[in-house]
Design a protein around this ligand. Structure first.
Ligand SMILES: CC(=O)[C@@H](O)[C@H](O)COP(=O)(O)O
Ligand SMILES: NCC(=O)COP(=O)(O)O
Length: 261
């Protein structure tokens, strides 16, 4: 007679469930650029960005994202180092890989460096990398950043050629640029998400991690998660901060987390 040790079976089930949940869990990384925008408006320290970072994590954020642009319109050089001192979740620093940005990555060694092709005068990010035309440059930079022990993500449009190019340059992850999805979502969700599903599945087949970001919000996030359940991370800032003006930061972070369940 086979004796079944119920305790063993239950513990194995629990371990499998935890693993499955980790695989399917998409982390929420809160981009705090716009908190810094508000603070800079008066030149003081209100809102206190470091305290907001601590509170975002206390409210459930699983990462903090910043994009320290060269003109310091929001996140300053000092903010990068101060946030690094208090961030206990994953610190994600986005930016164009110029000397200033690479110095941040070398000195701070964040959990993740997200390479974005923005020129200095860009009002915001509005395109992913051409990973084919920029293959040599990206390969060298990815290698340099990985030598610091930092995970690399490359901002990418949902194009199979671009995703294959990202794989070739050695990145750990891609970040799908989701403004086109957000723009098209209201009128035709299925059409808006189609290229992202194709690109996401290809990235997964190639062994790339999958992040997503730009213009994600409480209207479109749940649908994106349903269609791309294996996303590792979404980074959200603008809409989340706007929502927090009406619903409060803690409630808003909880609402965004619920969209990712
Ligand atoms: C990479 C990305 O899509 C966002 O992080 C964007 O760069 C935010 O930058 P702003 O907050 O300056 O609009
Ligand atoms: N990588 C996207 C990001 O960090 C925030 O983008 P947005 O939510 O401010 O559009």
């Amino acid at each position: 007679m086979v004796q079944i040790n119920l305790e063993t079976v239950l513990s194995q089930f629990a371990a499998q469930y935890t693993l499955a949940h980790q695989i399917l869990m998409t982390k929420l990384s809160v981009n705090v650029n716009k908190i810094a925008t508000l603070r800079n408006a008066r030149g003081g320290n209100n809102p206190n960005l470091v305290q907001v970072v601590r509170d975002c994590e206390r409210f459930g954020a699983q990462g903090i994202t910043v994009h320290p642009r060269p003109d310091e319109r929001h996140i300053t050089t000092e903010d990068v180092y101060r946030i690094n001192e208090v961030c206990t979740t994953e610190f994600n620093i986005e930016g164009y890989p110029d000397a200033r940005y690479l110095k941040f990555i070398e000195e701070v060694r964040p959990a993740q460096a997200t390479l974005v092709p923005d020129p200095p005068e860009a009002i915001t990010s509005n395109a992913g990398w051409d990973t084919v035309k920029n293959e040599t440059m990206l390969r060298d930079i990815v290698q340099q950043i990985k030598s610091y022990g930092v995970r690399v993500s490359i901002f990418a449009d949902p194009s199979e050629v671009i995703i294959e190019g990202a794989k070739k340059v050695g990145t750990d992850r891609i970040e799908l640029y989701t403004e086109p999805f957000a723009t098209g979502y209201a009128s035709n969700p299925a059409a808006a998400v189609a290229d992202y599903v194709t690109a996401g599945k290809l990235a997964k087949e190639l062994g790339l991690g999958i992040n997503a970001g730009h213009d994600l919000d409480l209207n479109n996030l749940k649908y994106l998660k349903e269609k791309l359940p294996f996303m590792d991370e979404v980074s959200i800032g603008h809409a989340l901060v706007c929502d927090a003006l009406y619903m409060g930061l803690e409630n808003t972070i909880q609402m965004y987390l619920k969209q990712l369940k």
